[in-house]
Design a protein around this ligand. Sequence first.
Ligand code: ADP
Ligand code: ADP
Length: 220
Amino acid sequence: ALAASARDLVRTYGSGETAVTALAGVDLDVAAGRFTAIMGPSGSGKSTLMHCLAGLDTPTSGSVVVGGVELAGLDDTRLTLFRREHVGFVFQSFNLLPMLTAGQNIVLPLELAGTPVDRVWLDDVVGVLGIEDRMGHRPSELSGGQQQRVAVARALISRPDIVFADEPTGNLDSATSLEVLAFLRRSVRELGQSVVMVTHDADAAAHADEVVVIEDGRVA
Ligand code: ADP
Ligand code: ADP
């Protein structure tokens, strides 16, 4: 498991009169091996914060440290390798590749890293998420909830040290949400992962060990 922290994190988009301040000085500590939920209203900066913590977006100023590594100190190549080795990400918009099947999307992080697929773990993940009969389908042939579960499986298949999940239950009915949340808890417990989840849903946040509230680009 890896810890993550942000210090005085600022992210502005654009410049001049139309500039938008998405993060206005966030200080945050995510403990290793814990399940942390980030809650807050729409537009409060949650997705931007997740992207900065995961090294997918570059903050305007401030510092992000993941597993003792200052992300700003890594060039693009090293950052990509660091993400590949340590970080899983569930995108709010899923980011599945349309030409690949669900199964191919799920194992893609392993193929990019040159890591063999652990079939037992793959079957376990896919079975727990209830998508085993959808492995040969392309994303366009899946419901939103199925795509979301494929995105969760893809983020967890490489057993990353830290997982960032942006609204991982946003498209799921309550029973399926509970299964995904139980799976995230289980991976925290069994794999010793750190999980950071953005959610609108107080019921989902209640499954986490810690809840952080973001308002107007700051920790409330
Ligand atoms: P949340 O995830 O809490 O809904 P976001 O991090 O997506 O919030 O957005 C925070 C603010 O930053 C919002 O005002 C949003 O419109 C703005 N924002 C996010 N991404 C961009 C972008 N790429 N360009 C311009 N503004 C953006
Ligand atoms: P949603 O509308 O589903 O809450 P997000 O706010 O997370 O989605 O934004 C989805 C994508 O759009 C992200 O890549 C984000 O950076 C981008 N985005 C969000 N707000 C803006 C904005 N005002 N201008 C440009 N891009 C934005």
